[in-house]
Ligand binder design. Sequence first.
Ligand SMILES: [Zn+2]
Length: 391
Amino acid sequence: MSTRTTVITGIGSLVTNDPGHGTGPLGLLTDAAVVIDGETVAWVGPAAQAPAADEHFDAGGRALLPGFVDSHAHLVFAGDRTAEFNARMSGQSYSAGGIRTTVAATRAASDAELDANVAGFVREALRQGTTTIECKSGYGLTVGDEARALRIAAKHTPETTYLGAHIVAPEYAEDPAGYVDLVTGEMLDACAPHARWVDVFCEKGAFDGDQARAVLTAGIERGLTPRVHANQLTYGPGVQLAVELGAASADHCTHLTDEDVAALAGSATVATLLPGAEFSTRAEYPSGRRLLDAGAVVALSTDCNPGSSFTSSMAFCIAVAVREMGMTPDEAVWAATAGGAHALRRSDVGTVAVGARADLLLLDAPSHVHLAYRPGVPLTAAVWRAGIREV
Ligand SMILES: [Zn+2]
């Protein structure tokens, strides 16, 4: 079967994330060209050697990079929490309990409303260069509502995560053990067919280490791969548990002991940092520098959710990571592309290489550094997802 090919020439600066292909960890090439064949990248190299193609796109000297891989988002919900944010910015502190507000609104919403909300957020992210996005359940907290959330999420992304253990359902406030039984039993049975991952909010006020272990172990036994909300608000067992169970990612990693950092550095578990959460809760940022210096693999993600981080902008996360978390612009861009791909155990995204999916972000800027250098400025010039020009 023949497919249409497109050659993109005039790429002033190309981030390949393939160190074998260019300079530094970003595998940077200048004066480059890329050929798209159908859904995949068919050729990468110097513009002067680019082969002919059916169609031609001139990048005009601008920067091209892999589409962002947002490996942590909560998109299946209804309502918003503007009032809570406003109160917090007026002096109140964040606690995990605010999730219950969104649970009530989500349960009351129709399937069509939830589906439209997810579609809208995926589109919003795509317009900003995000071509892969993970999506969690966790605002239903009943068997039917969690399964519904994952069914809807699966229509929009293959990266679906069962997060029945987001917080103890209000009906089980006096019986958290009973809720863990539900999450590891009937609810898991209903959700596993629609999910790739299992996640748990391991935190004071949510689930302790033993409960989190039970949730993750049950998910693993059903064929799901674990990822963990770990060490966000306080020090705790989440990171060690993630590493011990071979989780793809430990997410947040804001409060880490030296032992936690060493465990991440010595493992295949990615440390996924979510600076939108600290930004939106006026909290202390995680240290990207400390993790990178120790040798951990770091990803950046939005944590897009209505309570603690209502942003879908990976560019914003890059800018904050550079300004507040000790990361260089190169490290932050890598973390938002290749890092996210590692956190989702994907080798077909987060890179511009022959055979990779043709997920490409063209910036209205000559360099990827502008993502941090020009914070808040819309820099998306074009986006291809699986070879199709979407923006
Ligand atoms: Zn989250």
